[in-house]
Write a protein that binds this ligand. Structure first.
Ligand SMILES: [Zn+2]
Length: 149
C-alpha cells in the first residue's frame, strides 16, 4: 500500500514546509501564494482521504489509522491556513474576528458578522466609507409618440 503511505508522508512534509515559511514571510503576495498552496494541499488531502476510504472498503481493509493520520494532517494544514490568513489580514490593516474568522476594518470595535468584540480597537472612530452621491435618476423612456406621416 505504498500509495497510502505516500499520501501521509507528503502531508507531513507539506506541513513542515509551511511551518518554516509562515514565520518569515512578510510579503503579501507570498502569503497569498501560501494560502493558495495550502488550499490546494487541503483539497488534495480530502481527495486522498476519500480514495483511501474507498479502497479500504473495496478491499475489506482497515484504514482507521491512515484515515486518522490524514485527518490530523488536514487539521494541521487548516491551522497553517488560518495563520497565513491572519497575517494577510494584518498586512491589509484588517482585523480577523476570533469568533467567526470574518475580516473587519482595523478600526472596528465589534465584528460586523457575529458581533463579537474585536481585540484590536486601536482607532477609536469607526471609519465610515464616504457615501457615494446618489446617482441621478435616469431619464426614463419618453412616451412613444405615434408618428403620423
Ligand atoms: Zn465574528
Amino acid at each position: 500500500m505504498g500509495l497510502l503511505e505516500d499520501v501521509v508522508v507528503n502531508a507531513k512534509s507539506a506541513v513542515n514546509v509551511m511551518g518554516k515559511t509562515a514565520g518569515k514571510i512578510v510579503d503579501i503576495s507570498k502569503l497569498r501564494f501560501s494560502a493558495a498552496e495550502l488550499n490546494g494541499e487541503i483539497s488534495k488531502r480530502y481527495e486522498s482521504l476519500g480514495r483511501m476510504v474507498y479502497d479500504a472498503q473495496k478491499t475489506d481493509n482497515d484504514a482507521t489509522d491512515l484515515v486518522r493520520e490524514c485527518v490530523v494532517a488536514i487539521d494541521d494544514l487548516y491551522e497553517q491556513l488560518d495563520a497565513v490568513n491572519e497575517q494577510i489580514s494584518a498586512m491589509r490593516n484588517r482585523t480577523v474576528c476570533k469568533g467567526c474568522g470574518a475580516e473587519n476594518p482595523q478600526s472596528a470595535n465589534y465584528c460586523s458578522k457575529c458581533g463579537k468584540k474585536l481585540e484590536d480597537p486601536a482607532a477609536g472612530e469607526p471609519e465610515e466609507p464616504a457615501q457615494a452621491p446618489d446617482a441621478e435618476p435616469e431619464a426614463q423612456a419618453e412616451p412613444e409618440e405615434p408618428k403620423e406621416e
